[in-house]
Ligand binder design. Structure first.
Ligand SMILES: [Mn+2]
Length: 428
């Protein structure tokens, strides 16, 4: 665990320069009618982005995996890692489980274990894209040709039952949502009928929706390709919206930033989904080519900022209460370092969107003044808001400089000592 006294010592060494930066920034933000530094810090203090249980392992590709050592061996140890992350960032207060990669035998005990570490359970993730004895009736059925879209009704039924099981498990853990990502589709043209596949998935989601408790939400997550290389049933936001509408009122769309074809205008997609009340949440990551799962904000920070501007419009000055999660792969970085950097990137984008002069932007839009509209956005985007993010973390008991603190406390080395060099977390 992260030693709080050591953290306080490390923060002590950073305090003077942070105060100096904060004074400068607070002066910059001090304008009549504009949001103050204190209000931004207040908003940031309420913000939390979930860490998925599969992101505390090193990940890898089908070409290879290079574990870093000290990876969590159990769901409890994954929770330990997220608790350590949250101790540093003060902005990762929940974990998102993935069943059957995580399938606790004692959900009540696990809920208490997480609560003792101030970690809650974010959306549950069902997995019907891999065969697994616990989800496919001891190997008697297979998801090779899809799950909810499968031509075999017995396979569709097993997939529905698995989702219902994940909901029931989530209820015991205190989760409030189910995220459904399906690999269903076709690898070859003509392999199946587009419309029949879609209708089967819609029917399956409707049945799963009707199993949701009243206070639950279900999210449909689209992805254009892989593992189905020719056509994926839920391949874009339009299909995702149609599926959500078909499933029922407690269903909305989840936007994974990497799950778009190159150059898609994601902020516009966000606006559309919010407009019709079907924007459910986000999986944050970044990409250069497609679903690369790169560190959030590492490639297109301006796009991330524009997405947060849309969200602030939806929330009328604050983030709307959606499901916010990081979903990325850490092939060669220490996963916790990558999560620290991603959490920072998301917080920065939020702070930048908060300080944007919305009134001036709206006026410029009404006046058809494109130059001034761009200038208004650029003023916010080019402002170095990192002192605000650091100050929010400090006030919440986190680290002023979380990456440096993570290294200084020697967390990874301690975990290698405890869990071994060869431990490998479950996941892809
Ligand atoms: Mn995702």
């Amino acid at each position: 665990m992260i030693d709080q006294e050591r953290l306080a010592d490390l923060n002590e060494g950073e305090t003077t320069s942070l105060q100096r930066d904060m004074e400068h920034l607070a002066g910059q933000l001090d304008r009549p009618g504009r949001i103050s530094a204190a209000e931004v810090i207040d908003a940031l203090s309420e913000f939390s982005v979930a860490a998925p249980s599969w992101a505390v392992g090193t990940g890898g590709t089908r070409f290879g995996r290079f574990p870093i050592g000290g990876e969590p061996r159990t769901t409890e140890e994954k929770i330990d890692d997220v608790a350590a992350l949250n101790a540093l960032t003060a902005s990762n207060r929940s974990i998102s489980l993935h069943v059957p990669w995580d399938d606790p035998v004692d959900p009540d005990g696990l809920r208490g274990y997480a609560a003792d570490r101030s970690i809650g359970f974010d959306a549950m993730n069902s997995n019907t894209f891999q065969d697994n004895p616990s989800t496919t009736a001891d190997g008697k059925v297979s998801y090779k040709f899809g799950s909810l879209a499968n031509s075999d009704p017995a396979v569709r039924e097993i997939a529905i039952e698995h989702n219902q099981y994940v909901i029931d498990l989530g209820v015991r853990l205190g989760s409030r949502a189910l995220t459904v990502w399906l690999a269903d589709g076709m690898n070859h043209p003509g392999q199946a009928d587009h419309r029949t596949q879609f209708e089967r998935v819609a029917d399956g989601l409707r049945t799963i929706h009707d199993h949701l408790p009243d206070d639950w939400q279900m999210y449909t997550e689209h992805k254009p390709y892989e593992p189905a290389f020719y056509a994926t049933v839920n391949f874009d936001w339009g299909s995702s919206l149609l599926l959500a509408q078909a499933a029922g009122p407690k269903t909305s769309c989840l936007v994974d930033l990497g799950h778009h074809l190159p150059n898609a205008n994601i902020e516009q997609i966000v606006s559309r989904l919010a407009m019709v009340g079907r924007l459910g949440g986000f999986h944050f990551n970044d990409s250069k080519y497609g679903d690369d799962d790169l560190t959030t904000g590492s490639i297109q920070p301006f796009q991330l900022f524009l997405i947060f501007c849309e969200l602030i419009r939806v929330g009328d000055g604050r983030l709307p209460p959606l499901a916010y999660m990081i979903d990325q792969s850490h092939n060669i970085k220490d996963p916790l370092e990558d999560l620290i950097q991603s959490t920072e990137a998301v917080s920065i984008a939020y702070a930048q969107a908060l300080i944007a002069d919305r009134a001036a932007l709206h006026q410029a839009q009404d006046d058809n003044d494109a130059a001034l509209a761009q200038e208004t956005l650029q003023v916010a985007f080019r402002t170095d808001v990192r002192p605000l993010v650091a100050e929010a973390r400090r006030l919440a008991g986190g680290a002023i400089a979380p990456l440096e603190a993570y290294r200084a406390v020697g967390y990874r080395a301690a975990m290698i000592e405890r869990r071994g060099l060869a431990s490998v977390a479950t996941g892809l």
